[in-house]
Design a protein around this ligand. Sequence first.
Ligand code: ZN
Ligand code: MN
Length: 480
Amino acid sequence: MAELETIIGLEVHAQMSTDTKMFCGCDNDAFGKAPNTTICPICMGHPGTLPVPNASAVTKAILTSLALKGTVNEENHFDRKHYFYPDLPMGFQISQYDFPLSSGGSVSYVISDDSGKKLRDGTCGITRLHMENDAGKLTHRGATTLCDYNRAGTPLMEIVTEPDLRSADEAVAFAQELRRILIAIGSSDADMFKGMMRFDASISLREKGTKKLNPRSEIKNLNSFKALEKALKYEEKRLRNEWKKSGGPLPNDITVGWQDDEEKTRMLRNKESADDYRYFPEPDIPPLKFTKKDIEELRKQLPPLPQERKAQYTDMGLDEAQAMQLIDQPDLQRIFDAVYEKTGDGKRTSGLVLTQLLGFLKTQEKSIEEGPNAAGMLELITKIDDGTISGNAAKDVMEKMIQTGKSATEIIAQEGMQQISDDGAIEALVRQAIDANPQAIESFRSGKEAALGAIVGWVMKESKGQANPETVQRILREKL
Ligand code: ZN
Ligand code: MN
């Protein structure tokens, strides 16, 4: 039998990070809110209501298209895509069909080993990017199904790739790089735990050297990189076994579902075609038109993309793994960037954020969201820089900030941790130190500079770390 080649293409749905939904003014952040509380007659599809496209969503989708090197189409249409399911209150989804927001583009990705070392790179073509609204969420409990429509009407970008990926590993590396781009652009928070980025993966086989695309199996609704990887590996193996048995590819396109708990795919149906969806132009929304000038203005607003950011971080003295850690964790990146802006010192910032902050969060088993935010960290750093506390005491303050959720100012006041910089108070301590350490004084006077450290250490211990070590040094030298 000829050698077989695996062909993979993805459809990615990413929730856009806008304040309001795609076609109405409802709160777009429904996470953790009571069911059916962020809805209105528009996103519920009540008769007589009219959808109005969200300008911020359109802008973010254009920026994303440009970051993916796509061509933004100057004329855009919305279309109705029909299917009947209880999660879809309107009975159709407002999507884009033959005049999508953008066409073409590509994403370059890197495949690394577990230690972050680059193994090889690749590129995947982008077919199109279009905007649409999300459906609600169904929860099945035995024979009962609960409907929560908070998510209905949330703005989505659907990004469709060319069938350029050749393995599950390539698909995952591409998807991770795409996620980084969305985060860098600020068009999606792409939080996988909150289901903000979901994949449908199409996979087929063909004999190596042939060009024809065979019927594919489309795996629906993969909500994590792990699921994407496992589902593709499973389906690839299954299709290869089928090929061996039948001597050829699938007879027609099929749709399968990934069963996360059983780690296998299950046949859902023969794949629906565009005809099944009865697409037709959305009569309530006029076509959107962009001029070349509009598009070029937006291109100028593009922030640095992940590979560029990575280079900036390594220039600051971070290693590649640290740089990727920041790029992959936007909450952490925000804190790091704010601290760097204040200190202008990559090493110091990395010590404060990547070593201390992450270290304390880890020992206290807390997430970045549960720790101090950027403003909280800056307040702490101000207290170090203006001499209120020493760098050492700052570590204790940070640990307590994470424990209690209180601010640096509150903790310093409560625990009486202010650094003693007052000359009078320190002089008294230094006098005691001279009396208590005659041997060390003797060796310092006979020329052993290192002995001074022992005396300073005594003062620091006596003051419970609150004496300003520089003031101690200065006064000690004056006295001796
Ligand atoms: Zn609404
Ligand atoms: Mn879609």
